[in-house]
Design a protein around this ligand. Structure first.
Ligand code: ATP
Length: 864
C-alpha cells in the first residue's frame, strides 16, 4: 500500500475520503474481516487452574497428613476422606472465585480499551477500536493509539512512536507521499501508520488497510504473550506469613507427636491423630482466597465510584497516598469554559459591549481553533477542546461568519509551547494567526506591536480567576513555510478572558483530604495569577505556602526543589516535564504521590508517580495506558474517594487476617493445653477437637464471616487518620499482639467449654460442645472485629453480608450437630438443651470480654 498513491488506495478499498464507509458497507465488511482485535492467548483451562491450587505448601501438608493417617489407621478412613473432600471443595471454590475475579478484571480492561475517531456516513464519530473495518477513514491526533494499520491521506506534523513495533524509540515523522522501492522496512514506510503504535505529535487522516491479526503487530505473534497477573505486595506478604505458619505448624506437630508418643507413651495412632489435628488447626486454609476476593470486590466497588484500578497493587498503594498532584482544568474545575471578557483596541470589554469593530479579533480567535459546535438532530454537540469551543461559541454569538477562511497551514497546540497557529488565505494574502498563553505570546511580538496596558488587562482578568488567551497575526504576500518561525515577530491583536468554574464538590473533597493527612497540589498550564486565584477559592493554599511558576522551577536545581517542595501548593504554566520533577521531589521526602495526567507527554509522570491517574473522558490512550487508575469522570473527588476505598480495603484485609489467624491460634492452644493438662495428670482429657472439626471451622464457618468482613464499607474514621507509611509492616499497630491475645481468648473459652463438658458428660459430648463453642465464638467474634466501636450500636449490624454470614454459619453449624448422618461424619453427638446452652453461652463470653477491652481502650484514649 505504501507504494501506491493514497487516492488509489482509498478507491481500491472502496472507500471515500470525505464520507467514509456507509453503515451497510461496514456491516458487510465486519462479516468478511471480523473484529479488529488480536486473538487472545489460550487461557489456562479450569483443570490446570484447579490442579495449580494444590501447589500450596499448606494444602500439601494437609494432603500428606490425610494420606499418612489413611495408611496408619485404615479403619478411620472417613477422617481422611473428609480432609480430601474439604480440600477439593476449597480448590473448587478457589478456582471459581479466581475466575470471577479474573472476569471482573477483564471487564475492567474492556472499559479502559481504546476508542478511535472514524468518519462514517459523512459524520465523525467515536467508536471502539474493535469495530473498525478495512476501508474505514480514521482521524488520529497526539496521544491516540493507532487502532489498525492504515495508509495516510493527510498528515500535519504527524509523529508516531513506533517502538512497540520496531524497537526504535525516536518518533517517526510521517507523510503522505508515495514511497518507491520494493521492500521498505516497516520503519521506512512513512506514509503508513501501524496498529499499537501511538501519535506523539500532530494529527492525521488515514484509510484502514488491515485490521486484527492481519496487522503488522498481529503478525508478530510472539509479542502477544499473555500478561501474567502479578501477585500484589500484600498477597506476597501474606503468602510469606502462610509459609511461616506452615513451617511453625510442622515444627509444633513433630514436637507434640514426639512428646506424646515417646515421652507420654501414647499409642502411635493417637499421637498421630493429635499431630494431624494440630497441623489442621494451625493452618489458615481460607486466608489466601479471602484476600484475593476482598481485593477483587474492592476493585469492583471502586468502579461504581468512577475509578478503574488497572493494577491490583494500586489498591494497596492508594491507601498510603499522602500527596495528590492534580491538574486544574477539568479535574478541579468543570472544564466548561465560557468567555466573559475581551480586550481589543486597548479596551477591556464585557461581551454585551462587543461591537462590529471587535469582529476581526473574535473571528480570528475562532478561526484558529480545531473545535466545532454542530447541531446533530437538533441537539448542540461540542467537539474538541473546551478552551476552543468557548472561542467558537463567542464568535457564533457575538461575531460573524468565518466559513470563508480557508486553512492552508497549521501548527497544532501543544502544552509545552502553549501556542497554536493556523495559516489562512484572505484576499490573495496569507495570514498566520497565532493564539496562546499571553505571557508566551507577548515575548514574541514584533517591535511595532502596541502593548500599552496589555499587561494590566491580563493581570486584571487573571486575578479574577479568568484564563486569558492572547492572539497575534502575521501577514504574507505568498504562502509562508509552515515552521515555528511563524510564531516569532507577530503583531498583537487582543485578548480574551474565560472562566472555568471549580467543580462544586471539590471544595469538600479537598477538606476531607486534608483531614486525612493528604495534601492537594494544583498543577496547571494557566498563569500564576489565575492559578492562585482558583487555588484560594478551593482552599488549596495553606499558610506559608505559595504558587510557583515553571520559569522559577527551571531556575531551581533538583536539590533546591527537594528542599523547598513543601512550600509550593500551586505550579503554574507547567510543562509536562515539570511534573516528573515534582513527583520525584515529593518521593524523595518519602511521600506516596498520586499524579493526574491526560496528554501524551504526561506519561512519564504518570509512570513515575506511585498512583498515576489518567482521565477517562479527556485523556489520551497513551496516558490511560501509562496510568494505574483511570478516573471515568475526570473528577478530583474520585481520587479522594478512591483513597478512602483503598484505606478501607486494607483495613478490611487486616480485619480478615486478624479474624482468621486468631481463630487458628485459639485452636492450637486448645489442643496444646488439653494435652498439657493430660500430661500433667490434672485431668484425663482427650484431644478436644477432631481434625474434621477444625477443617470445617477454618474453611466454612470462619470463611463466611471473613468474606463478610471483606465487604465492610470503609468506616468514615479511616479518613481521620494519617496515611499509612508505604513500607509499614502488615502486622504494625499491634495487630500481631491483638491476634495473639484474641487467640488466647478464643482458646480459653473453647477449652472451658470442653472441660465443663468433659467433667459433666464425658469426652464425646465435650468434644461436640467444644466444636460448637469454637464455631460460635468465631461467629460472635466477627462482630467484635468489624469495628473498634462497641457492638451495642446501630452500626454494628449495618453489614448485610456479615449478618447473612452469621445466620448461615450458625444454621450450618447446628446442622452438622443435629442432622443425623451429618453428625456421624462430623463425629458429633446431638447436644441436649443445657449442653448447647453452655456451649453457645461460653462462646458469647467473647463479646463481653472484647467489650470490656474496648471500653478500657476508650477510657485510656479519652484520658490522653
Ligand atoms: P491544566 O494544566 O490546568 O489542566 P490545561 O491542560 O488546559 O490546564 P494546557 O492545555 O497545558 O493546560 O494549556 C496551557 C495554556 O495554554 C493555557 O493556559 C492557555 O493559555 C493555552 N492554551 C490552552 N489551550 C489552547 C489552545 N487550544 N490554543 C492555544 N492556546 C491554548
Amino acid at each position: 500500500m505504501y507504494r501506491k498513491r493514497n487516492e488509489d488506495v482509498v478507491n481500491e478499498l472502496g472507500s471515500n475520503v470525505q464520507s467514509g464507509l456507509s453503515s451497510q458497507e461496514v456491516e458487510i465488511r465486519r462479516e468478511k474481516y471480523g473484529k479488529n482485535a488480536l486473538e487472545e492467548h489460550k487461557k489456562e483451562t479450569l483443570l490446570v487452574k484447579f490442579l495449580k491450587s494444590f501447589a500450596d505448601v499448606l494444602i500439601i501438608i494437609l494432603l500428606v497428613a490425610a494420606v499418612i493417617s489413611l495408611i496408619v489407621d485404615p479403619h478411620e478412613w472417613v477422617d481422611s476422606l473428609v480432609i480430601f473432600i474439604v480440600v477439593m471443595l476449597n480448590a473448587i471454590l478457589g478456582v471459581v472465585q479466581e475466575s470471577k475475579a479474573e472476569k471482573s478484571l477483564e471487564a475492567l480492561k474492556k472499559m479502559s480499551s481504546p476508542e478511535c475517531k472514524v468518519i462514517r456516513n459523512g459524520v465523525t464519530d467515536k467508536i471502539p477500536s474493535e469495530d473498525l473495518v478495512v476501508g474505514d477513514i480514521i482521524l488520529i491526533e497526539a496521544g491516540d493509539f493507532i487502532p489498525a494499520d492504515a495508509r495516510l491521506i493527510d498528515a500535519v506534523n504527524l509523529q508516531v512512536d513506533e517502538s512497540a513495533l520496531t524497537g526504535e524509540s525516536v518518533p517517526v515523522t510521517k507523510m503522505t507521499d508515495v514511497i518507491d522501492g520494493d521492500a521498505a522496512a516497516l520503519g521506512d514506510r512513512k506514509n503508513m501508520v501501524f496498529s499499537s503504535t501511538f501519535v506523539t505529535n500532530g494529527r492525521g487522516k488515514a484509510v484502514v488497510t488491515d485490521t486484527g491479526m492481519k496487522t503488522e503487530i498481529g503478525k508478530i505473534a510472539g509479542m502477544l504473550g499473555a500478561q501474567k497477573a502479578e501477585p500484589t505486595p500484600l498477597q506476597n506478604k501474606l503468602d510469606q506469613v502462610g509459609k511461616v505458619i506452615g513451617i511453625i505448624s510442622i515444627f509444633i506437630c513433630v514436637v507434640v507427636f514426639a512428646l506424646d508418643y515417646f515421652a507420654l507413651g501414647a499409642e502411635l495412632i493417637e499421637s498421630f491423630k493429635l499431630a494431624v489435628s494440630l497441623a489442621v488447626a494451625a493452618i489458615p486454609e481460607g486466608l489466601a482466597t479471602v484476600v484475593t476476593i476482598v481485593l477483587a470486590i474492592g476493585v469492583r466497588k471502586m468502579v461504581a465510584e468512577n475509578a478503574i484500578v488497572k493494577k491490583l497493587p494500586a489498591v494497596e498503594t492508594l491507601g498510603c497516598t499522602s500527596i495528590v498532584c492534580s491538574d486544574k482544568t477539568g479535574t478541579l474545575t468543570q472544564n466548561k469554559m465560557t468567555v466573559l471578557e475581551i480586550y481589543d483596541n486597548g479596551k477591556l470589554k464585557l461581551l454585551s459591549d462587543i461591537t462590529e469593530e471587535n469582529h476581526q479579533l473574535i473571528n480570528y480567535f475562532s478561526i484558529c481553533c480545531d473545535a466545532k459546535i454542530e447541531m446533530v438532530d437538533g441537539v448542540e454537540k461540542r467537539i474538541g477542546d473546551p478552551t476552543e469551543t468557548a472561542l467558537v461559541e463567542l464568535n457564533n454569538k457575538y461575531g460573524s461568519d468565518v466559513s470563508w477562511a480557508e486553512r492552508v497551514g497549521e501548527i497544532p497546540f501543544d502544552s509545552d509551547r502553549k501556542l497554536m497557529t493556523v495559516v489562512i488565505k484572505k484576499d490573495g494574502k496569507f495570514i498566520s494567526i497565532t493564539k496562546g498563553a499571553p505571557d508566551v505570546l507577548l515575548k514574541r511580538l514584533s517591535k511595532s506591536s502596541k502593548v500599552e496596558g496589555v499587561n494590566e488587562a491580563i493581570e486584571n482578568m487573571s486575578s479574577r480567576a479568568l484564563r486569558v488567551l492572547a492572539l497575534g497575526i502575521k501577514v504574507f504576500d505568498k504562502m509562508p513555510e509552515v515552521t515555528l518561525d511563524l510564531e516569532q515577530d507577530v503583531e498583537f491583536l487582543g485578548l480574551v478572558g474565560m472562566i472555568d468554574p471549580p467543580r462544586p464538590e471539590v471544595l469538600e473533597a479537598i477538606k476531607v483530604a486534608k483531614h486525612a493527612g493528604v495534601r492537594t497540589i494544583m498543577i496547571t498550564g494557566d498563569n500564576i495569577i489565575t492559578a492562585t486565584a482558583i487555588a484560594n477559592e478551593l482552599g488549596i493554599m495553606g499558610e506559608g505556602q505559595r504558587a510557583v511558576s515553571s520559569d522559577e522551577l527551571d531556575s531551581m536545581s533538583d536539590e533546591e526543589l527537594r528542599n523547598r517542595i513543601e512550600e509550593f501548593s500551586v505550579y503554574a504554566r507547567v510543562a509536562p516535564k515539570d511534573k516528573v520533577r515534582i513527583v520525584e521531589a515529593w518521593q524523595s521526602k518519602g511521600k506516596v504521590v498520586a499524579m493526574t495526567g491526560d496528554g501524551v507527554n504526561d506519561s512519564p509522570a504518570l509512570k513515575k508517580a506511585d498512583i498515576g491517574c489518567a482521565m477517562g473522558i479527556t485523556g489520551t490512550d497513551v496516558s490511560k495506558e501509562a496510568a494505574d487508575m483511570i478516573l471515568t469522570d475526570d473528577n478530583f473527588t474520585t481520587i479522594i474517594k478512591a483513597v478512602k476505598q483503598g484505606r478501607g480495603i486494607y483495613a478490611n484485609i487486616r480485619k480478615c487476617v486478624k479474624y482468621l489467624l486468631s481463630s487458628n491460634i485459639g485452636e492450637v492452644l486448645v489442643i496444646l493445653l488439653a494435652e498439657l493438662i493430660a500430661a500433667l495428670n490434672i485431668l484425663p482429657l482427650h484431644v478436644p477437637l477432631a481434625g474434621i472439626h477444625l477443617l470445617w471451622i477454618n474453611l466454612v464457618t470462619d470463611s463466611l464471616p471473613a468474606f463478610g468482613l471483606g465487604m465492610e464499607k470503609p468506616e468514615d474514621s479511616v479518613m481521620f487518620e494519617k496515611p499509612r507509611p508505604k513500607d509499614e509492616n502488615f502486622f504494625a499497630q499491634k495487630l500481631g499482639l491483638h491476634i495473639g491475645l484474641e487467640g488466647v481468648v478464643v482458646g480459653a473459652l473453647t477449652l472451658t467449654s470442653y472441660i465443663v463438658g468433659f467433667q459433666l458428660y464425658g469426652h464425646a459430648v465435650a468434644s461436640t460442645m467444644a466444636f460448637v463453642t469454637l464455631a460460635f465464638t468465631q461467629l460472635f467474634h466477627s462482630y467484635n472485629v468489624k469495628s473498634e466501636k462497641s457492638v451495642f450500636t446501630k452500626q454494628a449490624f449495618n453489614n448485610r453480608f456479615l449478618n447473612l454470614a452469621f445466620i448461615v454459619g450458625a444454621i450450618m453449624q447446628l446442622a452438622v450437630v443435629y442432622i443425623p448422618g451429618l453428625n456421624t461424619i462430623f463425629q458429633s453427638v446431638m447436644l441436649s438443651l443445657p449442653q448447647i446452652a453452655i456451649a453457645i453461652g461460653s462462646a458469647f463470653a467473647i463479646v463481653i470480654v472484647m467489650e470490656i477491652y474496648k471500653l478500657i481502650v476508650r477510657l485510656i484514649y479519652k484520658n490522653k
